[in-house]
Ligand binder design. Structure first.
Ligand code: ZN
Length: 639
């Protein structure tokens, strides 16, 4: 497979197209060529969007650079630019020349001339699918008939290489358009697709195109933005791309029988996600969720290095103010991930304090595990016990509101106690067990709500109080973390929440073994089953009331992380369906002073969306964008 990095020439300079109308200047042309070569690009394409080719000094620069580079260059420009300078470009070392499709007649005439003078293999054509006359815009954008006749004419003129730029512009690559192009060009062996813009989803699209049998898939823009976001300048991660394709290739293309086995089924062949989740799409043996997850894992592991971990550790150490006793707060739930974080940070010489949140619903094993670990490590443990009367009332309010994310209470309090402790102790780092390796799969939309939406929690609570005639007697002691407090901690006090395990080569199986051997850690069975409420919520309430099979999402991550086989995961799902939940239901109902019939009634009632109640979701989304941007920058700044 050929992989071509594709860059834009504008105003005699090299740019990367970030998104429609947003260009980023990439710097010196000769450096870029060297860099891409080092990164493994096999070729490079330039699209001259403003006819810079007509400028003599630009052409001299181009030829100097091309002669120094050790891989083929394709140069696309206007009809006029290419036909005027074709001979010069080729003698200057440009391997292939191509025209940016402008008008039908002039293009095909030029193409015939070029093919007869320079041979088919030297000539290429680019379709810019953002051109409205090439698209039918009825509802969703579709290719117009003129594209088909144009493509036919182009091939007829002897050209063997046609590039479709910006496939994203015709909508999803899995949609009918790509298949129509595929069918139309079934016998044309050199169709290229590139210029797919941003986002990891594009990788899925590329895989799909690859699967459709296109000879070559190439892009520069898209690869850079898919892997590195907007921040990184010249970067063409060929190795990652090849790995991705190889993965897909070996598993899917070489086993066509299995890749088509489940074509009509609504479940992924690799993980447990299915069409009950929003945005689910099958891609060969994989699905949009697990492919996306694999790419993220790859990204994180590519960033890992001992020096990056050392940098983080030294940043944490130096961030500690003189009057502070601790380097960092470690949020600990009692699960394998967070317990291993505590073990690891101590081994790195950090002076940590463990912070846990006890809502009264933790399995006693979790508390025993946490205490045993802290005792052996000599790490002080601060356990914030939530006022049960308050917490149970809040839980009842969530239940009566019929909203999906009951766990918002637990998660908000967990974050809040960690931030509170960090502020109190003047710590700049909170290290958590959340990580990309075992839990980085994109959560399906509508499965959860924003954890910092305190306005929503309170609206639901006050509604419940007024319905049940309870007067608010005293201020709440629940440790809320709302948008403004989070912004205060993050932006003003500069407290960083770090996914510590993303910095180390984390293997959950080994971690469990280590915890069992060194700290007599007692495993819980399934993830998050250290908490009875969580167990009942995920195993029973979500599937029964909300038709949401979150367990499938969790188990899918475990499958991809190699922690469990797909077969075993399916067995767990099966066992859950036959599990006798009555003991957990009785336990939780008793705790919340609910009658059995109340609980049954709750399960039957329809779901009500969170934003049916007052909410800060818009503000939280804006803040999230800010945090994400800051995080991206910090990745490239100090650690
Ligand atoms: Zn999948």
């Amino acid at each position: 497979m050929r992989l071509s990095a594709c860059l834009l020439i504008k105003n005699h300079k090299v740019y990367r197209n970030l998104s429609w109308g947003r260009f980023r200047y990439l710097g010196n042309l000769s450096n870029i060529l060297k860099l891409f070569s080092q990164q493994g690009a096999s070729e490079l394409s330039f699209i001259d969007v403003d006819n810079s080719l007509l400028d003599d000094s630009f052409r001299s620069l181009l030829y100097r650079c091309v002669q120094q580079s050790d891989y083929p260059i394709t140069f696309y420009s206007s009809d006029t630019g290419i036909s005027t300078h074709a001979r010069e470009l080729i003698s200057g070392g440009v391997e292939r020349i191509g025209i940016l499709l402008s008008t039908q007649n002039s293009s095909t005439t030029t193409l015939k001339y070029l093919v007869s003078n320079f041979g088919s293999s030297t000539i290429s054509v680019i379709f810019n699918l953002e051109r409205s006359d090439l698209l039918l815009c009825s509802g969703s954008m579709r290719l117009s008939d003129s594209v088909y006749s144009l493509v036919d004419q182009i091939f007829h003129s002897g050209v063997r290489e046609v590039v479709f730029q910006d496939v994203a512009a015709i909508g999803s690559c899995t949609g009918p358009n790509v298949h129509t192009i595929e069918a139309l060009l079934a016998n044309k062996k050199s169709l290229l697709i590139y210029g797919i813009n941003g986002g990891v989803r594009s990788m899925e699209d590329v895989t799909m195109l690859y699967n459709c049998g296109f000879d070559l898939v190439c892009s520069g823009n898209f690869l850079s933005s898919a892997f590195m976001g907007d921040n990184v300048l010249p970067y063409f991660p060929v190795a990652e791309f090849n790995q991705y394709i190889a993965l897909y290739n070996s598993d899917a293309l070489h086993h066509p029988a299995s890749s088509h086995k489940n074509e009509t089924s609504d479940e992924c062949d690799t993980c447990l996600m299915n069409s009950s989740f929003s945005d689910f799409r099958k891609i060969g043996r994989y699905c949009s969720y697990c492919l996306d997850f694999m790419v993220k894992r790859e990204q994180v592991s590519l960033q890992q290095s001992p020096s990056r971990l050392n940098q983080l550790i030294s940043s944490i150490k130096t961030s500690r103010p003189k009057n502070s006793e601790y380097d960092c707060v470690v949020g600990i739930s009692g699960g394998i991930d967070s317990c291993f974080v505590l073990h690891h940070v101590v081994s790195q010489g950090l002076n940590a304090i463990a912070v846990s949140m006890d809502n009264g619903l933790n399995d006693s094993t979790a508390n025993t595990n946490i205490r045993a670990l802290c005792n052996k490590l000599g790490v002080p443990l601060y356990s914030h016990v939530i006022d049960w009367a308050e917490y149970s009332e809040m839980l009842r309010s969530m239940i009566s509101a019929d909203v999906i994310d009951i766990e918002i209470l637990y998660d908000n309090a967990c974050q809040a106690v960690c931030y509170n402790k960090a502020l109190e102790l003047n710590c700049k780092f909170i290290l958590s067990g959340s990580n990309t390796f075992t839990e980085g799969m994109r959560p399906p939309q509508d499965m959860s709500w924003h954890k910092n939406d305190v306005k929503n929690i309170l609206a639901i609570l006050y509604r419940y109080q007024s319905m049940s005639g309870v007067s608010r007697q005293r201020p709440l002691t629940y440790p809320f973390l709302g948008p403004w407090k989070r912004a205060y901690c993050t932006l003003y006090k500069k407290v960083q929440w770090v996914k510590y395990l993303d910095y180390i080569n984390y293997n959950k199986k080994d971690a469990l073994q280590l915890l069992v051997t060194n700290y007599h850690f007692v495993p819980y069975g399934q993830k998050h089953f250290e908490n009875i409420m969580t167990r009942l919520y995920q195993g029973y309430i979500l599937p029964q009331k909300f038709s949401c099979f979150k367990e499938r999402w969790h188990l899918s991550m475990e499958i991809i992380s190699g922690l469990i086989s797909r077969e075993d995961a399916l067995n767990i799902i099966g066992a859950q369906q036959t599990y006798d939940w009555s003991r957990d239901i009785r336990y939780i109902s008793d705790l919340l002073c609910m009658a059995d019939s109340d609980f049954a009634d709750y399960i039957q009632r329809p779901q009500i969306p969170h934003d049916h109640y007052a909410s800060d979701i818009k503000l939280l989304r804006i803040l999230n964008t800010i945090y994400r941007t800051l995080q991206k920058h910090s990745l490239h700044r100090s650690f």
